[in-house]
Write a protein that binds this ligand. Structure first.
Ligand code: ZN
Length: 157
């Protein structure tokens, strides 16, 4: 399956809850367009510009998996628009902050549009720009949005 330059559908849908892998992949297919768009327009440019391998910890989490791990019902992971992971060789707390700064520079120079950029549970969390549509689903935002484009929040957790 053609997914993105640097990411595969398999890594995007992987889970340690192997009994839920099939359900997670089936649910991911219903959000595939959003996932591909997010990977190609947000993750690939970050990977390309920073030049360091991105190790995916958690990417798509469908309703079944999200319920199992107690995720927020409004999680962008459920919309296939959020990625958690680390950058190879930059796994210490200081180096994670370095990576956040580097991504922040990409945002400020207009090289990438990000919704949220933060550290949660030891991983860097990157989500796509978003708006909530009438159905309560997370919709992808056009680059022309006037909404806040990026957030660096919290310290290291
Ligand atoms: Zn996350």
């Amino acid at each position: 399956m053609e997914f993105s330059k640097y990411f595969t559908f398999e890594e995007a849908t992987r889970t340690n809850h192997t009994d839920l892998l099939k359900a997670n992949q089936d649910e991911a297919k219903t959000k595939l367009d959003a996932g591909i768009k997010f990977a190609r327009e947000v993750l690939d440019p970050i990977r390309e510009n920073l030049g360091y391998p991105m190790m995916t910890n958690s990417f798509y989490r469908g309703p079944t998996l999200n319920a199992k791990v107690g995720g927020s019902t409004r999680s962008q992971h459920m919309a296939f628009q959020a990625w958690d992971g680390n950058f190879k060789g930059f796994e210490s707390d200081d180096m994670k902050m370095f990576i956040l700064g580097a991504i922040w520079s990409l945002i400020k120079t207009g090289k990438v549009k990000v919704g949220q950029l933060l550290i949660e549970r030891g991983c860097i969390h990157i989500s796509g720009p978003r708006d909530l549509n009438r159905d309560g689903e997370v919709a992808y935002y056009n680059v022309a949005t006037k909404r806040k484009e990026g957030i660096i929040s919290g310290g290291l957790k």
